[in-house]
Write a protein that binds this ligand. Structure first.
Ligand code: HEM
Ligand code: HEM
Length: 268
């Protein structure tokens, strides 16, 4: 079965093409880049939340975790196009037909189910906006996002407000994400965590015939990594004009005041 018929089987699970099999099958579900992406993202988001709460000097690490999230999300967006079969956005896009099939119990696909796919897109989108607003935020004390100098102070303040509000929405979505995983594990006796660790899924019972996993070539991986590195570099503010270093003061008088030049932007 080629990719198109497999996709059709996923869309129309009750059609003859889709005739689900009752065999136990072992499927290569999540490729290594998706798994590394996921668990790195979990760590980076945890660090971002904890350091934001600690504040003070920890805000430097907040910025670094945020930049890591910029890179990770960018990588996933490109990998969603060039990655292997189940990593591709088109393979799990929550179309109305797939959602209807899922809600009426006729969806027998593998990978993210259509409802789960909605939350995946929601999470990725929200993380992108959260990190994006952070780049332009300021805390009115000693920490500015690396691109905050590109906007007026008033605009930076309103983006900071949005950054705060969205962090609550993100927490709710993350709570739902983890609740859904636990619900599947405890109530439906379906362990989704194992494939996210090992990459393999053991499908029992009625599943649509699995398309052979393809795509996700080393070239695609290099492209995704390069795009992610370039976007992270731009987000770090390193492309912005750097002021020339202040000239070394000539033999200062003993009672001279301390230098007043002060930079609130950490060395990213
Ligand atoms: C998805 C990634 C991010 C998450 C989850 C996140 C989360 C948060 C949270 C919860 C706060 C509020 C802390 C408080 O209670 O006062 C905060 C503040 C802040 N964040 Fe982020 N952040 C992220 C990315 C970034 C990035 C990339 C930057 C810039 C490099 C950044 C810069 C800031 C700044 C400047 C504040 C201080 C705002 C203030 O004190 O009013 N954040 N962040
Ligand atoms: C900060 C916390 C977390 C974030 C930001 C997050 C984000 C995500 C994202 C974006 C995906 C989609 C993966 C992809 O296709 O690229 C995903 C899937 C998944 N996550 Fe998380 N996650 C978090 C915490 C967790 C935790 C704690 C667990 C385990 C208890 C977990 C288990 C999973 C599983 C099993 C999937 C695949 C679900 C499926 O089979 O449809 N996640 N997560």
């Amino acid at each position: 079965m080629n990719y198109r018929t497999a996709a059709k089987a996923d869309l129309y699970p009750s059609s003859p093409v889709a005739a689900p099999t009752a065999h136990a099958t072992r499927i290569r579900l999540w490729d290594l880049p998706v798994r590394i992406f996921h668990w790195s993202l979990v760590i980076a988001v945890l660090v971002a939340f904890v350091t934001a709460k600690l504040g003070g000097d920890w805000m430097d690490w907040h910025g670094r975790a945020g930049l890591a999230i910029v890179g990770l999300v960018t990588f996933r967006l490109v990998w969603g196009i060039v990655g292997s079969t189940h990593a591709r956005f088109l393979s799990f896009a929550p179309t109305p037909a797939r959602l209807r099939a899922y809600l009426t119990g006729r969806w027998h696909g593998i990978g993210h189910n259509p409802l789960g796919a909605l939350s995946v897109f929601g999470l990725l989108g929200l993380l992108a906006v959260q990190a994006g607003t952070g780049l332009f935020s300021n805390d009115d004390i000693a920490f500015d996002g690396p691109l905050s100098s590109l906007v007026e102070k008033a605009r930076s303040d309103s983006l900071t407000g949005l950054h705060h509000q969205l962090s609550d929405v993100l927490l709710v979505l993350l709570g739902l994400h983890i609740l859904a995983i636990v619900f599947y594990l405890v109530v439906k006796r379906h362990n989704l965590i194992k494939p996210m660790v090992t990459g393999w899924k053991h499908a029992q019972g009625r599943v649509a015939p699995a398309p052979k996993t393809r795509g996700g070539s080393p070239l695609g991986l290099v492209i995704a990594l390069l795009v992610a590195a370039a976007v992270t570099y731009a987000a770090s503010g390193k492309l912005l004009h750097q002021p020339p270093p202040a000239p070394a003061p000539a033999a200062a008088p003993a009672a001279s005041p301390p230098p007043t030049t002060y930079s609130s932007t950490p060395g990213w």
